[in-house]
Design a protein around this ligand. Structure first.
Ligand code: TPP
Length: 138
């Protein structure tokens, strides 16, 4: 009996992430959701800038790389031109909550039919741990 295996939507590649980083776990959870929903062939993911800039390597679905913070705008375009697709973005807090504030707020206000995976590690990870809007006081 198989009790643990790699999700089909997750590419068979070693992650480049640092030890202790949770992007790998979150990638796995997203891939498990794609498997469970049976939507791999109709899913398009939008990768961010930040440590998960290479997320497009790890999912067995179509992926597009967006400039820093612009994933919801790219996702909006993909969804509106391909309404049958399930479109998700994968964004860090620097990407989503700092440089991409306008994109996420306006995509939400428009009610775009897209899924946002917001990965809040409370810092700018890739560039060395600078404060993000989500950094806790103290
Ligand atoms: C337009 C633009 N501004 C700034 C940068 C530099 N930059 C690269 S990654 C990053 C921060 C990413 O932080 P976050 O989105 O929280 O992702 P994490 O690395 O923590 O997963 C910044 C500011 C960039 N690549 N493009």
């Amino acid at each position: 009996m198989i009790v643990f295996e790699r999700p089909k939507a997750l590419s068979p590649l070693p992650f480049h992430y640092c030890p202790g980083c949770t992007h790998g776990i979150i990638h796995r959870l997203v891939a498990e959701a794609i498997d469970l929903l049976g939507i791999e062939g109709q899913t398009v993911g939008i990768a961010p800038v930040g440590c998960s800039v290479l997320a497009y390597n790890y999912f067995e679905c179509d992926m597009i790389e967006a400039p820093h913070g612009r994933a919801p705008a790219v996702a909006t375009g993909v969804k509106r031109t391909n309404p049958g697709c399930v479109v998700f973005t994968y964004q860090g807090d620097g990407d989503l909550a700092a440089i991409g504030t306008a994109e996420i707020v306006h995509a939400g206000a428009r009610g775009e039919n897209i899924t946002i995976i917001f990965v809040n590690n409370a810092v700018y990870g890739m560039t060395g741990g600078q404060m993000a809007p989500t950094t806790l006081l103290g």
